[in-house]
Design a protein around this ligand. Structure first.
Ligand code: GUN
Length: 302
């Protein structure tokens, strides 16, 4: 479904990530039934970080909802790196498992890079393995498994602007391996002119003001203010920051000053309820794709 951006006079289009995620999950579920597939997703959590535990539980639940074989491995915080690598090797060799996700961050004594590179790239549904990073960077989108959050953000951008983003200026704020860099690659693949703004950029607000599309992914609450945004721009807020409230409560806010920017943007994602739900939906999509590719590979090998 494409939604039209409103005129930018005080009536921005609020991009509903929850509804879009439901749409993606429903399509995945329907494909699983129609194609007679049983995608398998293994999610590994090491340690007892409460936020990670919630994310992992949500991923496993969503996988079950999609009709996947969903396995969750919860390992103690003092798990040895070698034991984690052995589990990954076992899952790499299990034909019922098409996707393996190790929730990050990992405890400090475990080398996250080594762990991620140990995952079979065909099962790397996070899209973090160098092989997938390389495919994305060189334009091999059909071979790549692409990181879920940028995929979700792109889905929302296309809902507003349509399939063609040709010639639009996109400014990505943040240069992380999980969001900023793959987001920039994806937008480049879609013929945008792409600028990455980061902590050492001179006059980030002036660069950002040139953008038709702004994607903020830095983890700085309310960084992007109304005067950073060109009237009519589409603003995607990837930030999820928990901030303290008076009285001891906490609240989730994004990297965008929502109340200010909504008066300038033509379309904007809220936090929560914007990009967040899309990440898990795209994980389901990636796992389905991995299962499809595995079936094709088995058919051609046999
Ligand atoms: N921790 C925060 N975001 C992510 C993600 O997208 N994938 C994994 N594996 N861990 C995360």
């Amino acid at each position: 479904m494409k939604i039209a951006p409103s005129s930018f006079t005080n009536q921005p289009c609020l991009i509903d990530g929850k509804a879009a995620a439901q749409e993606v999950v429903a399509a995945v579920k329907a494909a699983v039934e129609q194609e007679g597939l049983r995608p398998g997703l293994a999610v590994i959590l090491v340690g007892d970080d409460p936020a990670s535990a919630v994310y992992v539980r949500n991923k496993s639940r969503r996988a079950e909802e999609c009709g996947f074989l969903s396995q969750q491995f919860s390992l103690p915080a003092d798990t040895r790196e070698e034991a984690l690598l052995q589990l990954i090797a076992r899952l790499n060799g299990d034909p019922a498992v098409h996707g393996i996700l190790v929730q990050l961050p990992l405890p400090g004594h475990i080398d996250a890079h080594k762990v991620i590179q140990a995952i079979d790239p065909r099962k790397d549904v996070d899209g973090f393995h160098y092989e997938n990073v390389g495919h994305l960077a060189t334009g091999g989108l059909t071979e790549a498994l692409v990181p879920c959050t940028p995929l979700g953000a792109l889905f929302l951008i296309k809902q507003v602007l349509g399939e063609s983003l040709r010639g639009l200026h996109a400014v990505v704020i943040g240069r992380s391996n999980i969001v900023g860099k793959p987001m920039a690659s994806l937008l480049l693949q879609h013929d945008c002119t792409v600028t990455i703004v980061h902590s050492r950029t001179l006059s980030p607000e002036a660069v950002c003001r040139q953008a038709d599309i702004v994607v903020a992914a830095v983890g700085v609450p309310g960084l992007v203010k109304a005067d950073w945004v060109k009237p009519g721009a589409v603003v995607i807020d990837v930030g999820i920051n928990r901030i303290d409230q008076p009285g001891g409560d906490t609240r989730l806010v994004g990297d965008v000053d929502f109340d200010g920017v909504k008066t300038v943007a033509s379309a904007i994602t809220p936090v929560p309820g914007g990009v967040g739900p899309m990440t898990i939906a795209m994980l389901m999509q990636n796992t389905l794709n991995a299962a499809r590719r595995s079936r094709i590979q088995q058919a051609t090998a046999g």
